[in-house]
Design a binder for this molecule. Sequence first.
Ligand code: SF4
Length: 166
Amino acid sequence: MDKQQLKRIFVMKEKCNGCRICELRCSFFHYQVYAPSLSRIHVEKKEIEGYTNPKTCVNCGKCIEACPEQAIFRSETTGAIIISHELCKGHQDCVEVCPFEVMKFDVERAIAFTCDLCDGDPQCVKYCPEEALFYMTSKEFNEFRKKEKTKLESGEKVKPSVVPQE
Ligand code: SF4
């Protein structure tokens, strides 16, 4: 698997308006319910700084090393972190070790969960109304971000206002 070719979800928080549609589409795709608590993307509200920051798995793989049951592996096609329902015993070592706090635990199902890239078609990216999320390789995103930042700074695209969350 060529790491350079692997895509992951990138965020431009400057574009996020805090609507949380990404969370709802995520939970709907995975569980057929609109429930932010079951989302694999988490819109963090920075009250003082005045912006929202969507966070999701960056596929670093620290959880793979931490799992004592070898229940976590990487998808051979997308590179996403995949958790085996059969092997996960709910120790939550992966939750503790995740540097970005994006490995969560589903108490009802007694299983850890994180972004699985929706098999290569991430719903959060697809439905974000502000186009604040991107499914790209690092190289593609770095190039894209440079261009977008220049546009934002020149005022070509108006920065969205922050929507209050409950
Ligand atoms: S859907 Fe887009 S704009 Fe709305 S909270 Fe998520 S990332 Fe931000």
